[in-house]
Design a protein around this ligand. Structure first.
Ligand code: ATP
Ligand code: MG
Length: 367
């Protein structure tokens, strides 16, 4: 039986509460005998800072580099507001992304039929919505040099950020998007702003070439990023996979998130390059939401985003597609039966707790 080695990093706030439910799901799949999952836990974020003065220790980094997948909860909270910048809880995630070279960020926006009312849009626009946004995560204007604020001779200031992409960076993210489209609706929309940005021109050329030469079976369309934002709100179901750069991806994935109802529902994956020998990619899976300090410790957080993040690990790291589908159906099933944590419950109804949601998902898997 194939064995996978997971590093669980629950983090702070609701991170520990929702990770407890994920562990039950991992154990359920392990007991089912589809694969053997070995996992260990470690501290990350504020809890790691409290223990050893760093948001992520070198020992934890070594385990993350060795793991088949890292399952990450959430970090931060008001308790650590005053800690120095480079050891702040959020630094842990940036360090993990950088050292694991996680260049592809996958954010699905799925609208469960039972939750269509919670969307910012009308039911008919979002019911059955299933988009995957593929965001480049390690390049672009967030990292390009020069990046500085300089004081000019006349006393004025000048701020510079550099939108910088090389052809290999664009090629590899394009391939991730096309590969994923092949497993779904076989359509890719590439979003940039070639009308005003050179990086957009190069992005457009390279995605076009990769599509033509390597993925002729996948339909490719180009869309200006601002138009893409508008189309996401106007008629989101026209999209299957959207591939875009770091900055536009940040914005477009937040727009897409609002189509689905609640932050507590949204998983994400960040993938690195395939290993030359094994073909396995380094990967980190985490909910889109943060540590939610306002509800931490109350046992009311929605564990679905975290559980669905493990579902993405089943699909993208372990190749257990049938199991990933089973888990997605269990989540949809539980919602279909009306179970709701407080964040997705209608006013006047009584919400369930974090562990009751976990119980229900396990029970649904057992059916
Ligand atoms: P970060 O900067 O880490 O993204 P944030 O302050 O932007 O954090 P979150 O921590 O995600 O945001 O919380 C935003 C709001 O959404 C809070 O009111 C929080 O309680 C709620 N929320 C986030 N995740 C969940 C969840 N899993 N279940 C229920 N409510 C949630
Ligand atoms: Mg936030």
């Amino acid at each position: 039986m194939t064995s996978f080695n997971l590093l669980l990093l629950p983090g702070d706030g609701i991170g520990t509460e929702i990770m407890a439910e994920v562990k039950r799901v991992i154990d359920w799949f392990g007991a089912r005998g589809v694969a053997s999952f070995e996992y260990e836990h470690d501290l990350v974020g504020g809890s790691a800072y409290d223990a050893h003065g760093k948001a992520v220790s070198e020992a934890t980094m070594a385990k993350a580099l060795a793991a088949d997948a890292v399952i990450f909860g959430a970090v931060g909270g008001p308790k650590w507001d005053g800690v120095p910048y480079d050891v702040r809880p959020e630094a842990a995630l940036l360090r993990l992304r950088k050292d694991l070279a996680l260049f592809a960020n996958l954010r699905p926006a799925i609208c469960y039929p039972a939750l269509a009312e919670a969307s910012s849009l009308k039911r008919e626009l979002v019911e059955g919505l299933d988009i995957l946004i593929v965001r480049e995560l390690t390049g672009g204007v967030y990292f390009g040099e020069p990046k500085e604020i300089v004081t000019l001779e006349n006393g004025q200031k000048r701020a510079v950020d550099t939108q910088l992409y090389t052809s290999p960076e664009i090629e590899r993210i394009a391939r991730v998007a096309f590969e994923l489209a092949r497993t779904r609706g076989k359509r890719v929309a590439s979003a940039e702003k070639r009308n005003v940005m050179k990086s957009g021109v190069l992005w457009n050329q390279i995605v076009t070439r990769i599509g033509k030469e390597e993925y002729a079976d996948v339909a490719l369309e180009h869309v200006l990023a601002d138009n893409c934002a508008m189309q996401l709100v106007r008629r989101p179901k026209q999209y299957d996979v959207i591939v875009t750069d770091n900055l536009f991806g940040d914005i477009l994935s937040d727009v897409a998130a609002m189509l689905t109802g609640s932050l507590g529902m949204l998983p994400s994956a960040s993938l690195g390059a395939p290993d030359a020998a094994t073909g396995r990619r380094k990967a980190l899976y985490e909910p889109v939401h943060g540590s939610a300090p306002d509800i931490a410790g109350k046992g009311i957080a929605n564990p679905i985003a975290m559980i669905a993040s493990f579902g993405m690990a089943l699909r993208y790291s372990f190749g257990l597609v049938a199991e990933a589908d089973l888990l997605d159906r269990a989540i949809a099933g539980v919602l279909g039966k009306g179970l709701r944590t407080a964040d997705i419950a209608a006013a006047g109804t009584s919400p369930c707790s974090t562990s009751q949601m976990g119980d229900a998902i396990i029970a649904e898997l057992d059916l």
